[in-house]
Design a protein around this ligand. Structure first.
Ligand SMILES: [Zn+2]
Length: 123
C-alpha cells in the first residue's frame, strides 16, 4: 500500500514540475511579447511626435482637424472603437495570417516586410 501511495505522490510531484516548467515558458513568452510591444509603442510615440511637430507648423492645422481625421479613420471599419482598421498579411515563412501592425511573425519569429512610418520597427 505504501508503494502505491509513493507512486501516486511521485506522479503528482512530476506533474506539478511539468506544470511549473510550462508556466515558466509561458511567462517567458509573455515577457518577450510585452518587450516587443513596448518597443512598438515607443516607435509609434516617436512617429506621432514627429508628425505632430511637422503638422503644427502648418497654418491650416488644428486640434479639431486632427480629431475629425482620427474619427474618420476609426470609422473606416464601420465601428467606433478608438482603433485604426488593421489590414492583414501572411507570413512569408510559415503562412500564418497576421496584422500589418506587427513587425514580426508571432508564430515563427520571421521579420515581416517593413511598411510605412507606422509599421516601422523600434530600435
Ligand atoms: Zn511566420
Amino acid at each position: 500500500m505504501a508503494d502505491l501511495w509513493d507512486f501516486i505522490q511521485h506522479f503528482q510531484i512530476d506533474r506539478a514540475r511539468e506544470n511549473a516548467i510550462d508556466a515558466k515558458y509561458t511567462a517567458l513568452s509573455a515577457s518577450s511579447q510585452i518587450e516587443q510591444l513596448e518597443q512598438r509603442v515607443e516607435a509609434l510615440a516617436l512617429t506621432c511626435q514627429a508628425m505632430w511637430e511637422l503638422l503644427s507648423r502648418q497654418q491650416d492645422f488644428s486640434n479639431q482637424l486632427l480629431m475629425e481625421k482620427m474619427e474618420e479613420i476609426d470609422l473606416r471599419d464601420g465601428v467606433r472603437d478608438g482603433k485604426s482598421t488593421a489590414t492583414s498579411q501572411h507570413c512569408q515563412q510559415c503562412r500564418h495570417k497576421l496584422s500589418d501592425r506587427h513587425p514580426y511573425c508571432f508564430y515563427c519569429g520571421a521579420a515581416l516586410p517593413k511598411g510605412q512610418a507606422f509599421q516601422r520597427k523600434a530600435r
